[in-house]
Design a protein around this ligand. Structure first.
Ligand code: DGL
Length: 274
């Protein structure tokens, strides 16, 4: 039997990446985990995000995955090197969303000035900015925290998202020619963002990430043998909300959703109080 590809995010956002993966690799089984008990990751410290990501990865590994996709920009920004080191020891590829997004932006830019919009944590980590600088590009990072709530509320068109986009991104007019949507939620706000920056190319890392995953599987001989992939979903809290809000991100209602508890951390405080 084929082993699934594990895909995880802090909540519903990574469903934009899952959708691209299902499109690129229709024969692969996909196992998605939304860490809805601990969302949002975007405002938390790097140490906390690393801890959360390790717990999720440990659970997915015990579910028998053959590859892990970190479909959350904040988790990629803080935890990818740690997760990749474990993945290497276990012999599974671990792919994040930052490098594929940077690659796509490098191809898209003409002037070499590239902006990245993301959560506070992603922008503060400078993962995108450093990766762009390594390619000789001129980066500018902008944190747009309210976009996450707008996307989850379904408030993606009209005056309110346009005003919020103007407040965050209006200052980039006549600046960069390319903007990386460096957060899982921002592709849902494409029309509001494009109305503020009509001449800027918007880069969404989801499909670029799916292509990198396809290449990794191919290179390691891990492509599914039987046709027709299935998708299962795990959430750590609030299953009903995940299904309701997730539908907008996935483009269809998530089916086969299960509530799970992640393994408890080890150490003296992990036991039940007596
Ligand atoms: N998934 C997160 C990201 O792409 C956004 C939501 C959160 O803050 O957890 O950065």
């Amino acid at each position: 039997m084929d082993r699934p590809i594990g895909v995880f995010d802090s909540g519903v956002g990574g469903l934009t990446v899952l959708r691209a993966l299902a499109h690129e690799l229709p024969d692969e089984d996909l196992l998605y985990l939304g860490d809805t008990a601990r969302v949002p990751y975007g405002t938390r410290s790097p140490e906390t995000v690393i801890k959360y990501a390790q717990r999720v990865a440990a659970h997915m590994w015990s579910s028998g995955i053959k590859a892990l996709v970190v479909a959350c920009n904040t988790a990629t920004a803080h935890a990818l090197p740690t997760l990749q080191a474990s993945g290497e020891a276990l012999g599974i590829p671990v792919v994040g969303v930052v490098e594929p997004g940077v690659e796509a932006a490098t191809k898209a830019t003409v002037t070499g000035r590239v902006a990245v919009a993301g959560t506070e944590g992603t922008i503060r980590s400078r993962r995108y900015q450093d990766a762009l600088e390594r390619r000789g590009l001129e980066p500018v990072g902008v944190a747009c925290p309210l976009f996450v709530s707008l996307a989850e509320e379904g408030w993606t068109d009209g005056e309110v998202p346009r005003l919020v986009a103007e407040a965050y991104l209006g200052g980039l007019r006549e600046g960069p020619d390319t903007l990386i949507l460096g957060c899982t939620h921002y592709p849902l706000l494409t029309s509001a963002i494009a109305s503020v920056l009509p001449d800027v190319r918007l880069v969404d890392s989801a499909s670029a990430t799916a292509q990198v995953v396809a290449r990794e599987l191919e290179a390691r001989g891990l492509i599914a043998e039987s046709p027709g992939g299935t998708t299962r979903f795990l959430v750590t809290d609030n299953l009903d909300r995940f299904v309701r809000v997730g539908e907008r991100f996935l483009g269809q209602r998530p089916e086969h959703v299960e509530l799970v508890d992640l393994p408890a951390p080890h150490g003296p405080f992990a036991g039940t109080p007596s």
